[in-house]
Design a binder for this molecule. Structure first.
Ligand SMILES: *Cc1c(COP(=O)(O)O)cnc(C)c1O
Length: 442
Protein backbone atom coordinates (compact mmCIF):
# COMPACT_ATOMS: atom_id res chain seq x y z
CA UNK A 1 0.00 0.00 0.00
CA UNK A 2 1.41 3.37 -0.97
CA UNK A 3 1.18 6.15 1.61
CA UNK A 4 -0.58 9.29 0.52
CA UNK A 5 -1.30 12.16 2.89
CA UNK A 6 -3.54 15.19 2.61
CA UNK A 7 -3.33 18.52 4.42
CA UNK A 8 -5.40 21.68 4.63
CA UNK A 9 -3.98 22.67 1.24
CA UNK A 10 -5.23 19.70 -0.77
CA UNK A 11 -7.90 17.91 1.27
CA UNK A 12 -10.59 19.00 -1.20
CA UNK A 13 -9.09 16.48 -3.63
CA UNK A 14 -9.96 13.52 -1.37
CA UNK A 15 -12.64 11.70 -3.42
CA UNK A 16 -14.87 11.11 -0.37
CA UNK A 17 -14.64 14.83 0.50
CA UNK A 18 -15.67 16.07 -2.93
CA UNK A 19 -19.23 14.87 -2.29
CA UNK A 20 -19.59 16.62 1.07
CA UNK A 21 -21.59 19.86 1.39
CA UNK A 22 -19.50 23.03 0.88
CA UNK A 23 -20.31 24.10 4.44
CA UNK A 24 -18.53 20.99 5.71
CA UNK A 25 -15.44 21.63 3.61
CA UNK A 26 -15.32 25.23 4.79
CA UNK A 27 -15.37 24.16 8.41
CA UNK A 28 -12.47 21.75 7.82
CA UNK A 29 -10.54 24.46 6.01
CA UNK A 30 -10.99 27.11 8.70
CA UNK A 31 -10.27 24.89 11.71
CA UNK A 32 -7.51 23.17 9.73
CA UNK A 33 -5.74 26.49 9.43
CA UNK A 34 -5.43 26.75 13.20
CA UNK A 35 -5.01 23.12 14.26
CA UNK A 36 -2.61 20.65 12.66
CA UNK A 37 -4.34 18.65 9.95
CA UNK A 38 -2.99 15.66 8.10
CA UNK A 39 -4.85 12.51 7.10
CA UNK A 40 -3.73 9.56 5.00
CA UNK A 41 -5.31 7.15 2.53
CA UNK A 42 -5.51 4.23 5.02
CA UNK A 43 -7.53 6.33 7.47
CA UNK A 44 -9.73 7.64 4.65
CA UNK A 45 -10.30 4.38 2.79
CA UNK A 46 -10.25 1.73 5.52
CA UNK A 47 -11.20 3.36 8.82
CA UNK A 48 -13.80 6.10 8.23
CA UNK A 49 -17.43 5.18 7.54
CA UNK A 50 -18.27 7.95 5.07
CA UNK A 51 -22.00 7.15 5.06
CA UNK A 52 -22.07 8.40 8.66
CA UNK A 53 -19.05 10.67 8.64
CA UNK A 54 -20.59 13.31 10.92
CA UNK A 55 -20.63 10.95 13.89
CA UNK A 56 -17.86 8.63 12.77
CA UNK A 57 -15.23 8.49 15.54
CA UNK A 58 -12.29 8.29 13.15
CA UNK A 59 -13.56 11.20 11.06
CA UNK A 60 -13.85 13.24 14.25
CA UNK A 61 -10.42 12.03 15.28
CA UNK A 62 -8.69 13.25 12.12
CA UNK A 63 -10.71 16.04 10.46
CA UNK A 64 -10.77 19.38 12.30
CA UNK A 65 -14.29 20.53 13.09
CA UNK A 66 -15.90 23.94 13.29
CA UNK A 67 -16.75 23.60 16.99
CA UNK A 68 -13.11 23.07 17.93
CA UNK A 69 -12.80 26.85 17.70
CA UNK A 70 -14.80 29.34 19.75
CA UNK A 71 -17.23 31.13 17.45
CA UNK A 72 -15.33 34.40 17.63
CA UNK A 73 -12.05 32.73 16.65
CA UNK A 74 -13.73 30.78 13.89
CA UNK A 75 -15.09 34.02 12.40
CA UNK A 76 -11.71 35.68 12.79
CA UNK A 77 -9.94 32.89 10.88
CA UNK A 78 -12.68 32.83 8.28
CA UNK A 79 -12.37 36.57 7.68
CA UNK A 80 -8.59 36.23 7.42
CA UNK A 81 -8.91 33.47 4.81
CA UNK A 82 -11.35 35.59 2.79
CA UNK A 83 -9.16 38.66 2.70
CA UNK A 84 -6.22 37.70 0.50
CA UNK A 85 -3.60 37.75 3.24
CA UNK A 86 -0.23 36.22 2.44
CA UNK A 87 1.04 33.09 4.22
CA UNK A 88 2.86 34.97 6.97
CA UNK A 89 -0.11 37.19 7.74
CA UNK A 90 -2.40 34.18 7.89
CA UNK A 91 0.02 32.46 10.26
CA UNK A 92 -0.03 35.52 12.51
CA UNK A 93 -3.80 35.35 12.81
CA UNK A 94 -3.67 31.59 13.43
CA UNK A 95 -0.89 32.00 16.03
CA UNK A 96 -2.87 34.64 17.90
CA UNK A 97 -5.71 32.12 18.25
CA UNK A 98 -3.31 29.28 19.12
CA UNK A 99 -1.70 31.28 21.93
CA UNK A 100 -5.06 31.36 23.71
CA UNK A 101 -5.21 27.55 23.74
CA UNK A 102 -2.54 26.79 26.37
CA UNK A 103 -0.06 25.38 23.85
CA UNK A 104 2.40 23.93 26.37
CA UNK A 105 0.65 22.32 29.31
CA UNK A 106 2.11 20.65 32.45
CA UNK A 107 5.40 22.52 32.66
CA UNK A 108 6.91 20.51 29.83
CA UNK A 109 9.04 23.38 28.65
CA UNK A 110 10.78 24.48 31.83
CA UNK A 111 10.75 21.66 34.30
CA UNK A 112 11.82 18.36 32.84
CA UNK A 113 14.82 19.12 30.64
CA UNK A 114 17.93 17.49 32.08
CA UNK A 115 21.57 18.56 31.83
CA UNK A 116 24.93 16.94 31.13
CA UNK A 117 28.00 18.92 32.24
CA UNK A 118 25.85 21.97 32.82
CA UNK A 119 24.41 21.85 29.30
CA UNK A 120 20.69 21.41 28.64
CA UNK A 121 19.61 18.40 26.59
CA UNK A 122 16.60 19.79 24.78
CA UNK A 123 15.39 16.54 23.13
CA UNK A 124 15.03 14.81 26.48
CA UNK A 125 12.56 14.94 29.34
CA UNK A 126 13.29 13.23 32.61
CA UNK A 127 10.45 13.58 35.08
CA UNK A 128 10.01 10.16 36.72
CA UNK A 129 13.10 8.34 38.00
CA UNK A 130 12.93 5.17 35.91
CA UNK A 131 11.86 6.54 32.55
CA UNK A 132 13.41 9.05 30.16
CA UNK A 133 11.42 10.45 27.25
CA UNK A 134 13.39 11.04 24.08
CA UNK A 135 12.11 13.16 21.18
CA UNK A 136 14.30 12.27 18.18
CA UNK A 137 14.34 15.28 15.86
CA UNK A 138 13.25 13.28 12.83
CA UNK A 139 10.30 11.71 14.62
CA UNK A 140 8.35 14.87 15.32
CA UNK A 141 5.47 14.34 12.93
CA UNK A 142 2.81 11.61 12.46
CA UNK A 143 1.14 9.51 9.76
CA UNK A 144 -2.08 11.41 10.47
CA UNK A 145 -2.78 14.01 13.12
CA UNK A 146 -5.34 13.55 15.90
CA UNK A 147 -7.66 16.48 16.40
CA UNK A 148 -7.38 16.27 20.20
CA UNK A 149 -3.58 15.89 20.33
CA UNK A 150 -1.91 17.53 23.32
CA UNK A 151 1.31 17.91 21.36
CA UNK A 152 -0.56 19.83 18.64
CA UNK A 153 1.50 22.99 19.12
CA UNK A 154 4.73 21.43 17.88
CA UNK A 155 3.12 20.52 14.55
CA UNK A 156 2.04 24.06 13.70
CA UNK A 157 5.47 25.64 14.14
CA UNK A 158 4.82 27.64 17.30
CA UNK A 159 8.23 29.04 18.23
CA UNK A 160 10.46 27.03 20.49
CA UNK A 161 7.96 24.26 21.01
CA UNK A 162 9.73 21.64 19.04
CA UNK A 163 11.73 19.47 21.36
CA UNK A 164 14.28 17.88 19.21
CA UNK A 165 17.76 16.53 19.35
CA UNK A 166 19.83 15.49 16.43
CA UNK A 167 22.32 13.35 18.25
CA UNK A 168 22.01 10.44 20.61
CA UNK A 169 25.36 11.34 22.14
CA UNK A 170 23.98 13.55 24.85
CA UNK A 171 21.25 11.01 25.56
CA UNK A 172 23.68 8.13 26.00
CA UNK A 173 25.99 10.17 28.21
CA UNK A 174 23.08 11.19 30.37
CA UNK A 175 21.88 7.59 30.70
CA UNK A 176 25.38 6.42 31.55
CA UNK A 177 25.33 8.81 34.48
CA UNK A 178 21.79 7.90 35.53
CA UNK A 179 21.51 4.22 36.29
CA UNK A 180 18.14 4.72 37.96
CA UNK A 181 16.78 5.00 34.40
CA UNK A 182 15.71 1.55 33.18
CA UNK A 183 13.26 2.68 30.51
CA UNK A 184 13.90 4.77 27.44
CA UNK A 185 10.72 5.94 25.74
CA UNK A 186 11.00 7.18 22.16
CA UNK A 187 8.17 9.57 21.55
CA UNK A 188 7.16 12.49 19.35
CA UNK A 189 5.26 13.05 17.19
CA UNK A 190 5.65 9.48 16.17
CA UNK A 191 9.07 7.80 16.05
CA UNK A 192 7.66 5.30 13.53
CA UNK A 193 7.54 8.08 10.95
CA UNK A 194 11.34 7.84 10.76
CA UNK A 195 13.09 6.06 7.98
CA UNK A 196 14.89 2.90 9.01
CA UNK A 197 18.36 4.38 8.55
CA UNK A 198 17.65 7.25 10.88
CA UNK A 199 15.85 5.14 13.46
CA UNK A 200 18.69 2.62 13.57
CA UNK A 201 21.17 5.35 14.48
CA UNK A 202 19.20 6.08 17.62
CA UNK A 203 19.04 2.40 18.60
CA UNK A 204 22.58 1.27 17.80
CA UNK A 205 24.28 2.55 20.97
CA UNK A 206 21.94 0.36 23.06
CA UNK A 207 22.75 -2.74 21.03
CA UNK A 208 26.44 -2.30 21.79
CA UNK A 209 27.09 -4.82 24.60
CA UNK A 210 29.68 -2.43 26.04
CA UNK A 211 27.28 0.44 26.57
CA UNK A 212 27.27 1.60 30.15
CA UNK A 213 23.64 2.58 30.48
CA UNK A 214 21.12 0.60 32.53
CA UNK A 215 18.43 0.54 29.83
CA UNK A 216 16.35 -2.65 30.14
CA UNK A 217 13.24 -1.57 28.29
CA UNK A 218 12.98 0.45 25.13
CA UNK A 219 9.51 1.77 24.53
CA UNK A 220 8.24 3.30 21.31
CA UNK A 221 5.19 5.51 21.64
CA UNK A 222 3.40 5.30 18.31
CA UNK A 223 0.09 5.66 16.55
CA UNK A 224 1.35 3.77 13.50
CA UNK A 225 -0.66 0.61 14.25
CA UNK A 226 -3.80 2.73 14.34
CA UNK A 227 -3.03 5.06 11.46
CA UNK A 228 -0.54 3.26 9.22
CA UNK A 229 -0.06 -0.46 9.96
CA UNK A 230 1.57 -0.82 6.53
CA UNK A 231 4.64 0.56 8.28
CA UNK A 232 5.22 -3.05 9.35
CA UNK A 233 3.79 -4.74 6.25
CA UNK A 234 4.46 -3.15 2.88
CA UNK A 235 6.56 -0.04 3.47
CA UNK A 236 9.94 -0.27 1.79
CA UNK A 237 11.74 -0.64 5.13
CA UNK A 238 9.08 -2.78 6.89
CA UNK A 239 11.24 -5.88 7.06
CA UNK A 240 14.28 -3.89 8.19
CA UNK A 241 12.29 -2.59 11.13
CA UNK A 242 11.06 -6.06 12.07
CA UNK A 243 14.61 -7.40 11.85
CA UNK A 244 15.96 -4.63 14.03
CA UNK A 245 13.17 -5.13 16.55
CA UNK A 246 14.08 -8.81 16.71
CA UNK A 247 17.71 -7.90 17.22
CA UNK A 248 16.73 -5.64 20.13
CA UNK A 249 14.63 -8.40 21.72
CA UNK A 250 17.35 -11.01 21.15
CA UNK A 251 19.89 -8.74 22.82
CA UNK A 252 17.90 -9.10 26.03
CA UNK A 253 16.21 -5.70 25.96
CA UNK A 254 12.47 -5.65 26.45
CA UNK A 255 10.96 -3.84 23.46
CA UNK A 256 7.51 -2.43 24.05
CA UNK A 257 5.34 -0.61 21.57
CA UNK A 258 3.13 1.87 23.40
CA UNK A 259 0.34 1.73 20.86
CA UNK A 260 -2.12 4.54 20.69
CA UNK A 261 -5.66 3.30 19.86
CA UNK A 262 -8.57 5.63 20.48
CA UNK A 263 -11.40 3.48 19.18
CA UNK A 264 -12.16 -0.16 18.49
CA UNK A 265 -12.68 0.70 14.81
CA UNK A 266 -8.89 1.05 14.58
CA UNK A 267 -8.57 -2.67 15.42
CA UNK A 268 -10.85 -4.03 12.73
CA UNK A 269 -8.81 -4.03 9.51
CA UNK A 270 -6.84 -7.03 8.23
CA UNK A 271 -3.80 -4.74 8.02
CA UNK A 272 -3.71 -3.87 11.73
CA UNK A 273 -4.30 -7.50 12.74
CA UNK A 274 -1.45 -8.66 10.54
CA UNK A 275 0.91 -5.95 11.79
CA UNK A 276 0.18 -6.80 15.43
CA UNK A 277 0.80 -10.49 14.71
CA UNK A 278 4.12 -9.77 13.06
CA UNK A 279 5.33 -7.72 16.01
CA UNK A 280 4.20 -10.20 18.63
CA UNK A 281 5.73 -13.10 16.70
CA UNK A 282 9.21 -11.63 17.09
CA UNK A 283 8.76 -11.00 20.80
CA UNK A 284 7.74 -7.34 20.87
CA UNK A 285 5.28 -6.45 23.62
CA UNK A 286 2.42 -4.13 22.72
CA UNK A 287 0.72 -2.05 25.39
CA UNK A 288 -2.17 0.25 24.55
CA UNK A 289 -3.28 3.67 25.68
CA UNK A 290 -5.72 6.45 24.85
CA UNK A 291 -7.35 9.45 26.39
CA UNK A 292 -11.11 9.60 26.86
CA UNK A 293 -12.43 12.10 24.31
CA UNK A 294 -15.93 13.50 23.98
CA UNK A 295 -17.60 12.64 20.70
CA UNK A 296 -14.97 10.04 19.87
CA UNK A 297 -14.81 7.41 22.62
CA UNK A 298 -16.94 8.59 25.57
CA UNK A 299 -18.71 5.25 25.71
CA UNK A 300 -18.05 2.65 28.42
CA UNK A 301 -19.24 -0.32 26.34
CA UNK A 302 -16.90 0.63 23.53
CA UNK A 303 -13.92 0.76 25.93
CA UNK A 304 -14.80 -2.67 27.33
CA UNK A 305 -15.06 -4.12 23.82
CA UNK A 306 -11.84 -2.37 22.80
CA UNK A 307 -9.83 -3.69 25.76
CA UNK A 308 -11.17 -7.19 25.19
CA UNK A 309 -10.32 -7.05 21.50
CA UNK A 310 -6.83 -5.77 22.30
CA UNK A 311 -6.27 -8.67 24.66
CA UNK A 312 -7.64 -11.11 22.07
CA UNK A 313 -5.10 -9.75 19.63
CA UNK A 314 -2.29 -10.24 22.16
CA UNK A 315 -1.92 -6.66 23.39
CA UNK A 316 -1.93 -5.37 26.98
CA UNK A 317 -4.27 -2.50 27.94
CA UNK A 318 -2.15 0.06 29.82
CA UNK A 319 -3.58 3.58 30.32
CA UNK A 320 -6.81 5.50 30.01
CA UNK A 321 -5.92 9.19 30.16
CA UNK A 322 -7.96 12.30 30.85
CA UNK A 323 -7.90 14.68 27.87
CA UNK A 324 -5.31 17.36 28.60
CA UNK A 325 -5.91 21.03 29.28
CA UNK A 326 -4.76 22.31 25.92
CA UNK A 327 -5.99 22.92 22.37
CA UNK A 328 -9.70 22.47 21.70
CA UNK A 329 -10.30 21.14 25.20
CA UNK A 330 -13.75 22.75 25.51
CA UNK A 331 -14.80 20.54 22.61
CA UNK A 332 -13.20 17.26 23.68
CA UNK A 333 -13.15 17.33 27.47
CA UNK A 334 -15.29 15.11 29.65
CA UNK A 335 -15.86 16.12 33.31
CA UNK A 336 -13.76 14.10 35.77
CA UNK A 337 -16.77 12.52 37.44
CA UNK A 338 -18.16 11.33 34.10
CA UNK A 339 -14.70 10.14 33.07
CA UNK A 340 -14.42 8.03 36.19
CA UNK A 341 -17.95 6.63 35.66
CA UNK A 342 -17.08 5.59 32.11
CA UNK A 343 -13.85 3.99 33.32
CA UNK A 344 -15.62 2.12 36.10
CA UNK A 345 -18.47 0.92 33.89
CA UNK A 346 -16.00 -0.35 31.32
CA UNK A 347 -13.65 -1.92 33.91
CA UNK A 348 -16.58 -3.77 35.52
CA UNK A 349 -17.37 -5.49 32.23
CA UNK A 350 -14.01 -7.11 31.62
CA UNK A 351 -12.11 -9.92 33.28
CA UNK A 352 -8.94 -9.47 35.28
CA UNK A 353 -6.88 -10.12 32.15
CA UNK A 354 -8.00 -6.74 30.74
CA UNK A 355 -7.60 -4.95 34.08
CA UNK A 356 -3.96 -4.24 33.49
CA UNK A 357 -5.36 -0.92 32.34
CA UNK A 358 -4.90 1.98 34.76
CA UNK A 359 -6.83 5.19 34.86
CA UNK A 360 -8.42 7.53 34.40
CA UNK A 361 -5.12 9.37 34.74
CA UNK A 362 -4.21 13.05 34.40
CA UNK A 363 -0.64 13.80 33.33
CA UNK A 364 -0.17 17.03 35.21
CA UNK A 365 2.73 18.95 36.70
CA UNK A 366 3.08 17.02 40.01
CA UNK A 367 2.61 13.61 38.37
CA UNK A 368 0.12 11.19 36.90
CA UNK A 369 -2.99 11.60 39.02
CA UNK A 370 -5.50 8.75 38.97
CA UNK A 371 -9.16 9.29 39.81
CA UNK A 372 -10.16 6.47 42.17
CA UNK A 373 -13.74 7.67 42.58
CA UNK A 374 -16.25 9.99 44.18
CA UNK A 375 -17.23 9.28 47.80
CA UNK A 376 -18.77 10.87 50.92
CA UNK A 377 -16.05 10.85 53.54
CA UNK A 378 -16.04 11.88 57.18
CA UNK A 379 -12.74 13.05 58.62
CA UNK A 380 -11.97 14.97 61.83
CA UNK A 381 -15.70 15.48 62.33
CA UNK A 382 -16.04 17.04 58.89
CA UNK A 383 -18.17 15.37 56.26
CA UNK A 384 -17.44 16.06 52.62
CA UNK A 385 -18.21 14.71 49.20
CA UNK A 386 -14.81 14.28 47.57
CA UNK A 387 -12.81 12.95 44.68
CA UNK A 388 -10.48 10.20 45.90
CA UNK A 389 -7.19 10.41 44.03
CA UNK A 390 -3.73 8.92 43.97
CA UNK A 391 -0.59 9.39 41.93
CA UNK A 392 0.52 6.63 39.57
CA UNK A 393 3.71 8.59 38.97
CA UNK A 394 5.09 11.51 40.93
CA UNK A 395 7.77 14.11 40.42
CA UNK A 396 8.78 12.92 43.86
CA UNK A 397 8.49 9.10 44.02
CA UNK A 398 7.36 9.33 47.68
CA UNK A 399 4.09 10.81 46.42
CA UNK A 400 3.15 7.68 44.47
CA UNK A 401 0.30 5.42 45.66
CA UNK A 402 -0.71 7.75 48.49
CA UNK A 403 -4.47 8.46 48.48
CA UNK A 404 -5.57 12.10 48.74
CA UNK A 405 -8.79 14.03 48.47
CA UNK A 406 -10.18 16.93 46.49
CA UNK A 407 -13.49 18.73 46.96
CA UNK A 408 -16.21 17.30 44.77
CA UNK A 409 -16.96 19.55 41.80
CA UNK A 410 -19.30 18.22 39.12
CA UNK A 411 -17.78 20.56 36.53
CA UNK A 412 -14.11 19.87 37.21
CA UNK A 413 -12.37 18.47 34.15
CA UNK A 414 -8.69 18.80 35.09
CA UNK A 415 -6.43 18.86 38.12
CA UNK A 416 -6.30 22.68 38.08
CA UNK A 417 -10.06 22.77 38.70
CA UNK A 418 -9.70 20.75 41.92
CA UNK A 419 -9.46 22.22 45.42
CA UNK A 420 -8.08 20.27 48.39
CA UNK A 421 -10.65 18.70 50.72
CA UNK A 422 -10.18 18.69 54.55
CA UNK A 423 -7.67 21.54 54.47
CA UNK A 424 -6.30 24.22 52.20
CA UNK A 425 -3.41 22.33 50.59
CA UNK A 426 -2.71 19.04 48.87
CA UNK A 427 0.03 17.11 50.66
CA UNK A 428 2.48 17.79 47.82
CA UNK A 429 1.73 21.51 47.33
CA UNK A 430 4.65 22.91 49.33
CA UNK A 431 7.22 20.68 47.69
CA UNK A 432 5.72 21.37 44.27
CA UNK A 433 6.01 25.09 44.86
CA UNK A 434 9.67 24.64 45.73
CA UNK A 435 10.24 22.65 42.51
CA UNK A 436 8.59 25.39 40.47
CA UNK A 437 10.66 28.14 42.09
CA UNK A 438 13.81 26.20 41.37
CA UNK A 439 12.82 25.66 37.72
CA UNK A 440 12.10 29.35 37.21
CA UNK A 441 15.39 30.34 38.80
CA UNK A 442 17.42 28.30 36.28
C1 LIG B 1 3.70 8.67 31.56
C2 LIG B 1 5.05 9.20 31.56
C3 LIG B 1 6.15 8.35 31.65
C4 LIG B 1 5.99 6.84 31.76
O1 LIG B 1 5.33 6.45 32.94
P1 LIG B 1 5.03 4.91 33.20
O2 LIG B 1 4.09 4.91 34.37
O3 LIG B 1 6.30 4.24 33.48
O4 LIG B 1 4.36 4.40 31.96
C5 LIG B 1 7.40 8.91 31.69
N1 LIG B 1 7.59 10.26 31.63
C6 LIG B 1 6.56 11.10 31.53
C7 LIG B 1 6.83 12.58 31.50
C8 LIG B 1 5.25 10.62 31.49
O5 LIG B 1 4.22 11.47 31.40
Amino acid sequence: MKYKAYSVHNFRKIPQIENLPEEEKESIEISGNVFPFKVNNYVIDELIDWENFKTDPIFRLTFPQKEMLEEEDYEKMKAALNSNLDRMELKEVADSIRMKLNPHPAGQMEMNVPEVDGEKLPGIQHKYDQTVLFFPSSGQTCHSYCTFCFRWAQFVGLDGLKFAMRETEGLVRYLEEHHEVTDLLFTGGDPMIMSFKVFKQYIDPFLDPNNKTNIQTIRIGTKSLGFWPYKFLTDRDAQDFLDLFKEIVDSGINLTIMAHFNHINELKTPAVKEAVNKLIEIGVQIRTQSPLIKGINDDADMWARMWREQVNMGMIPYYMFVERDTGARHYFEVPLEKTWEIFQQAYQQVSGICRTVRGPSMSCTPGKVQILGVEDIQMNGQKEKVFVLQMLQGRNPDWVARPFFAKYDPNASWMDDLKPAFGDKFFFDDEMEAFEKEALAV
